[in-house]
Design a protein around this ligand. Structure first.
Ligand SMILES: Cc1cc2nc3c(=O)[nH]c(=O)nc-3n(C[C@H](O)[C@H](O)[C@H](O)COP(=O)(O)OP(=O)(O)OC[C@H]3O[C@@H](n4cnc5c(N)ncnc54)[C@H](O)[C@@H]3O)c2cc1C
Length: 450
């Protein structure tokens, strides 16, 4: 007698066909889906949660970084250099009072957002552009058609499996899940070591005016706060593994968004969020740290004496997992030198913001920006599959700059056009011309030639 196990799900599988399939409703997936749908194509967006927003909302990353130039001491007025889909998003968020004015972050500026307004804005935009959204759908495999051609995916939902066939599929999962499922080459961090996850939390009942009077308008807390954190650790009163805290007043009254934890394993090892046990440990350790930092802030920071710990992210914030291997790769040097390229589909002035060790490393690019080429989103092998968002093909430090939200909107905008061009003009994705995508982006106001 054999002892074979049988995997069973007797529920019927629903079949869906679409022109373009987008997996993941983060900043990049939302922009890609809306852009492709505006070209008159049938677009389906799958998202494992019940809302769009990804790291920005589920992970509570909380601010739209990457919109403005950097200058020493953030001198002068904020100068915006990223345009396009993000402007439609910003306008819709502002109509809900869901965004602050520019808030100082070191030598540049960022916009702090309200996560409920983000979810509602995303719902409005997908409906406005006619995207068919399926929430609570987790992709569990890719459908391969004739060797390496990706023809769609299978998703798990509560009704059972759904098979979606698409002419072009966009991996906006942040984790390059589809590339990994298809066995396509990917890379992970610096020799497998990724940036630390962070559990972001919000504190309510803060006297924000007194807080700002004590620490200034820069969300990066001054050295005096870092020293107090290190002294508390040395005294054994708290266990706070990151000494540089980023604390942002939000669009809500009396609230601070707190980006300050640094999630490492209980045994001190760096965690890899691609490993189920590590991700679980990160969630538990993240909540433990949030409670510790809140207690420290309450006891030590002006304006926070009566602060409440409102909430943590729906999930721990994961900065980095897999990068795809594209036909082009953003190099560390491209970022450091502000390289410009004629095949660019996005630009960034964000510093290399590398979260590793007790203080995140920030390397600024002053009064300059670098370009990100289309090839970073096109697979080295395979057709009919594109990537967008933070899983772009990039070296480790380059990714630590290129991953922020404004750029993810730009990548989605570009890849939405690229996918639509591929379907409408019957061009294989690896034969797409960056100049054609760039023209369409500029027609939408991306100002890449300005
Ligand atoms: C702790 C932290 C702090 C940060 N701080 C900032 C900041 O202050 N400002 C800033 O601009 N950026 C910040 N970032 C970076 C920024 O938030 C992200 O890089 C960016 O939002 C990524 O967008 P994305 O669309 O590429 O991916 P994501 O936002 O990760 O979206 C991917 C989506 O895909 C879905 N998904 C994943 N796998 C599957 C699957 N198999 N099936 C179906 N759906 C799936 C996910 O649920 C998610 O919604 C921070 C990130 C972290 C982690």
């Amino acid at each position: 007698m054999t002892n074979q196990m049988q995997l069973l799900d007797r529920r019927p599988t629903e079949m869906v066909t679409t022109d373009i399939l987008v997996v993941g409703g983060g900043a990049a997936g939302l922009a890609a889906a809306c852009t492709a749908a505006r070209q008159g194509l049938k677009v389906t967006l799958l998202e494992r949660y019940g809302f769009c927003g990804g790291a920005a909302v589920a992970g509570l990353s909380g601010t739209i970084c990457g919109l403005y130039l950097a200058r020493p001491d953030a001198a002068g007025k904020p100068e915006k250099i990223v345009f396009g889909f993000v402007d439609e998003f910003i306008a819709a968020m502002k109509s809900r009072d869901g965004l602050t004015e520019p808030v100082r972050y070191g030598d540049t500026y960022t916009l702090v957002h309200e996560p409920l307004a983000w979810r509602e804005t995303a719902d409005e935009l997908v409906q406005r552009h006619g995207v068919q959204v399926i929430y609570h759908a987790t992709v569990i495999g890719v459908q391969l058609d004739g060797g390496e051609r990706v023809a769609g995916v299978r998703a798990f939902t509560k009704q059972g499996a759904i098979d979606i066939r698409a002419q072009v599929t966009i991996d906006a999962s942040g984790d390059a899940d589809l590339f990994a499922m298809a066995g396509l080459p990917t890379s992970v961090g610096a020799h497998g070591k990724v940036q630390n996850p962070t559990m972001i939390f919000r504190m309510g009942n803060v006297d924000v005016d007194r807080f700002l009077a004590a620490y200034g308008s820069d969300a990066i807390m001054p050295d005096s706060v870092s020293k107090a954190i290190m002294a508390a650790n040395a005294a054994g009163t708290y266990k706070l593994p990151r000494a540089k805290a980023f604390l942002f007043p939000t669009p809500r009254d009396n609230e601070l968004l707190c980006n300050c934890t640094r999630i490492i394993g209980r045994d001190g090892r760096e965690l890899n969020p691609l490993v189920a046990a590590d991700l679980t440990e990160a969630e538990i350790e993240g909540r433990r740290q949030a409670r510790q930092y809140w207690a420290f802030f309450q006891a030590n920071l002006a304006g926070c004496e009566n602060a409440t710990l409102n909430d943590t992210g729906v999930q721990v914030g994961v900065r980095q997992t897999r990068q795809i291997v594209g036909i082009d790769t953003l190099q560390n040097q491209d970022v450091e030198t502000g390289r410009k390229r004629s095949d660019a589909i996005a630009r960034s002035a964000w510093p290399i913001e590398l979260h590793s060790g007790i203080k995140p490393r920030l390397s600024w690019l002053y009064e300059n920006y670098y370009d990100i080429p289309l090839g970073c989103f096109i697979p080295l092998q395979s057709e009919s599959l594109l990537a967008t968002g933070r899983c772009l093909s990039a070296q480790h430090e380059a990714m630590a700059s290129a991953r922020v939200t404004a750029q993810c909107f730009s990548y989605g905008h570009a890849i939405g056009h690229a996918a639509a061009l591929s379907v409408k003009e019957k061009i294989e994705v690896r034969s797409l011309r960056a100049s054609d995508v760039r023209t369409l982006l500029n027609e939408d106001g991306a100002q890449l030639d300005a």
